[in-house]
Design a protein around this ligand. Structure first.
Ligand code: SAH
Ligand code: ZN
Ligand code: ZN
Ligand code: ZN
Ligand code: ZN
Length: 503
């Protein structure tokens, strides 16, 4: 999205901020486009434009339109035609029919085309004859589509990082122990499939509805189990019918409590995600007659810990759990216990932290003072009166900074704050064009998405920053490592290849 928008806008040395989904926005094949604003240094007013909500890479969706651009009737018609022709070749309905036929086939005739990522019916083999197949697709395989389908890793658009079995099982056990009977799985196909598989057992009563942009899943699930959905603009590709499916699912009967679990792409715009999640929460609220639910829909938002402040900005009722969510196909971030690196991914929730019981066998323990479970390395600081570690390592208190800091940091008297021992004092870093802070480029700016208000405030910040004393600027520089980490983990592939030349 942002990077795609950036490329599209030719943002040059300027910055970008998302203003969000606005009524009357033009559509690309991924639903209504988001409004962004382009800013260039020294220029007061950024020019606003629409770009694709879902795609960070312009190669995946090249939609672009200035907000004030006049679009001719002919171009509108062409665009509509383009959007139509860029929808999947089969409808969900058709895929459900195909599936019914597929499961009737004997094992020897059940083939999956790896190239097209499609279950094949015998009369289609010919057409795919030059492609690689998987043969003898078993019922077990059909129940684990996330294992069968190739994870979309190399595409920026929807990089898929699948839960390690241990983490997936933990999430499900937690959901069950908390008494939930329905799970709205937003971008969590593996959790969904774990629930679906268990639902075949007699004593298992939990149900799940998967909302995901990956249409390949429509081959395996009915319209009551999967909705083709874009979580950056709250767009249901299946129209009103899909909307209604979701609404029905959210309607709680008797004691069938619902929880939403989302694991969005980490490069995603927090503001756009938050806005969609709020809409899903509102749908849940509206299902109660007269809308008299006065609580918030329970939610787990799975995201890296360094987005904590961004998430709390939009959801003040949320808190971050210490549990480290592990992934199967993310080489860098797997569980720390065996000497591998620790995962920076956490669960953010609006449930009371005290009820989120973390597994003792993985070293988590309950802090009676904080009234929550914390990781083994997270020690309660008497001075902060809190278990302060964010990354699972033991943090130490700095009396001068009046807070706990990472174990690798030391107080630097020149900079008047804690930093890595080998940092360069008073180093003046060229600030990020989006937020003005040093230590990261705009492509990895944590505030890439900000509200219009905060964007304007941001402009003020940047101007102010020009007049900051070197001392203060150097302070900002210490967040460099965090910014770097985020870039690495932002699910933009580590493939190096593409580097924005302008940043
Ligand atoms: N850990 C999860 C998968 C998370 S990967 C699991 O194992 O179940 C992110 C998921 O979000 C993928 O399934 C991807 O297809 C989906 N996704 C990416 N962009 C999306 C968008 N714009 N709207 C909805 N889903 C999206
Ligand atoms: Zn698009
Ligand atoms: Zn504590
Ligand atoms: Zn402390
Ligand atoms: Zn210093």
């Amino acid at each position: 999205m942002a990077a795609g928008a950036e490329g599209a806008a030719g943002a040059g040395s300027g910055g970008l901020a998302v203003l969000g989904a606005v009524p009357g926005a033009p559509c690309c094949p991924h639903g209504p486009a988001l409004l962004f604003v382009k800013t260039s240094q020294g220029k007061e007013e950024g020019r606003r434009f629409y770009a694709c909500s879902a795609c960070r890479d312009r190669k995946d969706c090249k939609f672009f339109q200035w907000e004030d651009e006049k679009v001719s009737q002919a171009r509108l018609a062409a665009r509509e035609e383009y959007n139509r022709s860029h929808q999947p070749p089969c409808t969900h309905r058709q895929n459900v029919e195909r599936y019914k036929n597929f499961v009737l086939l004997p094992l020897s005739k059940r083939r999956f085309c790896q190239e097209c990522q499609q279950l094949l019916l015998p009369d289609e083999w010919e057409k795919h004859s030059s492609h690689q197949f998987l043969y003898d697709i078993s019922t077990a395989q059909l129940r684990s589509p996330s294992q069968l389908l190739y994870p979309l890793e190399n595409k920026k658009t929807n990089a898929q990082y699948l839960f390690a079995d241990r983490s997936c099982q933990f999430l499900l056990d937690l959901i069950i122990s908390l008494g939930f009977r329905r799970v709205l799985s937003v971008g969590t196909p593996r959790l969904h499939e774990m629930i679906q598989s268990k639902a075949l057992q007699e004593d298992f009563r939990v149900r799940s509805l998967l909302l995901d942009i990956d249409f390949r899943y429509s081959q395996f699930y009915t319209e009551d189990e999967f909705c083709h959905y874009n979580m950056f603009n709250h767009y249901f590709f299946g129209g009103e019918a899909a909307h209604e499916t979701c609404r029905k699912f959210l309607h709680e009967e008797k004691d069938e409590r619902v929880i939403m679990v989302a694991d969005p792409p980490f490069g995603g715009l927090v503001e756009a995600l938050a806005s969609s999640f709020k809409k899903l929460m509102a749908m849940w609220k509206d299902t109660e007659k007269g809308g008299n639910k006065n609580q918030e829909m329970p939610m787990f938002w799975i995201f890296p810990y360094f987005f904590e402040s961004r998430i709390l900005e939009f959801f003040p009722s949320f808190s971050m759990m210490d549990y480290q969510v592990d992934y199967d196909n993310h080489a860098l971030y797997k569980h720390g216990k065996t000497g591998r690196r620790q995962s920076p991914v956490r669960i953010f929730t609006n449930l009371s932290p005290g009820v989120i019981v973390l597994p003792a066998e993985e070293g988590y323990r309950f802090c009676a003072i904080c009234q929550r479970y914390v990781s083994s390395g997270n020690h309660h600081c008497e001075i902060c009166n809190s278990c302060t570690s964010k990354d699972g390592r033991r943090w130490k208190h700095c009396v001068l900074c009046k807070k706990c800091v990472k174990p690798s940091w030391f107080h630097c008297n020149k900079c008047n704050c804690c930093a890595l021992e080998n940092h360069t004092c008073e180093k003046i870093d060229v600030g990020c064009f989006v937020c003005g802070k040093a230590g990261h480029k705009r492509s990895s700016c944590p505030s890439l998405s900000c509200t219009r208000a905060s964007h304007q405030a941001g402009k003020g910040r940047r101007q102010k920053q020009k007049t900051l004393k070197p001392l203060k600027r150097a302070k900002l520089g210490v967040c460099k490592r965090w910014a770097t980490k985020r870039t690495i983990f932002s699910r933009r592939k580590m493939k190096k290849k593409k580097k924005d030349k302008t940043t």
